[in-house]
Design a protein around this ligand. Structure first.
Ligand SMILES: C[S@@+](CC[C@H](N)C(=O)[O-])C[C@H]1O[C@@H](n2cnc3c(N)ncnc32)[C@H](O)[C@@H]1O
Length: 265
């Protein structure tokens, strides 16, 4: 795993700026709210959570702050170092374990980990083929455990280009491709749809798949400066929290989040 992890590590400061921006804050806030709706279905007390490709702990720290134990797996050392630093600074170090590994080759103890919750957020777009990654991600989850997967929504790509870049020719091309690029990490992306991933999850032994849209509205408001106004941001977050689970808005949101339960055979 020599070169690709470095692309993530080299973009650390841009990545952290993105997380602090209104659209970054929304992504974590809405994902957490969607997960919290389902935690009642799990036993009380600290849960064992596995955050695959967890980066610098944006989701993990929120779970740890709720009293749960989170293992972050990531192959980029600077991302993991930042996660450990944030855990220390937040007094959460005892509840966060960082493991450097490729998610495609999980250490045996993690693969057999019997975790209550497994997160796989914003990893799939870096993989050509989502299905084997999902199969690997579901292995450490115990029967009856909660799975959450998030990725860039392919349906949002042409809309995003048309609305934000006003490049209609490029939007037309984007309608018929699942290929894109990320400037931040200088990498090729493969974009997926919630329907495609739901079908894999059904086949791979999940039940009750729920679809949420993340940033259903935010990215289609082109006045980004306004989103830094706290009152405007507050209204935007309230709106996003309502439309996250509403048809048809989730279908064109920038990201999709799917939650599912691992079937007890
Ligand atoms: C966009 S970041 C997302 C981080 C985190 N899940 C979040 O949403 O805040 C993608 C992360 O995936 C990690 N990653 C990509 N491919 C990986 C692989 N094969 N094994 C482990 N980590 C990987 C990168 O190092 C990076 O930290």
């Amino acid at each position: 795993m020599p070169e690709f992890p470095e692309k993530f590590d080299m973009a650390m400061s841009t990545w952290q700026e993105w997380q602090d921006a209104p659209w970054g804050r929304l992504r974590y806030a809405i994902a957490e709210a969607n997960l919290v709706r389902h935690l009642d279905g799990l036993p009380g007390g600290p849960l064992r959570v596995l955050d695959l490709a967890g980066g610098d702990g944006g989701d993990a720290l929120r779970f740890a702050a709720r009293g749960h134990h989170v293992t972050i797996v990531d192959y980029a050392p600077a991302m993991l170092a930042a996660a450990a630093e944030r855990a220390d600074a937040g007094g959460l170090a005892e509840r966060i374990t960082c493991v450097r590994a490729d998610v495609n080759a999980l250490p045996t103890d993690l693969a057999a980990g019997e975790f209550d919750v497994v997160l796989c957020h914003n990893l799939l777009q870096y993989m050509d083929d989502a299905r084997p990654v999902l199969a690997t991600a579901l292995t450490p989850l115990r029967m009856g455990g909660l799975f959450s997967v998030m990725a860039i929504n392919r349906y949002s790509a042409p809309l995003n280009i048309a609305v934000r870049e006003v490049d209609l020719a490029a939007a037309l091309t984007a309608l018929d491709t699942d290929q894109a690029r990320t400037q931040m990490f200088d990498s090729a992306l493969t974009l997926h749809t919630a329907e495609e991933i739901t079908s894999h999850l059904d086949d791979l032994g999940c039940r009750d798949v729920r679809h949420y849209g993340i940033r259903s509205v935010c990215d289609y408001i082109t006045d980004d400066a306004r989103k830094y106004d706290p009152a405007f941001y507050g209204d935007l977050e309230r709106l996003e929290l309502v439309v996250t689970a509403r048809h048809p808005y989730m279908h064109t949101a920038r990201l999709f989040q799917l939650t599912a339960w691992k079937r007890e055979e």
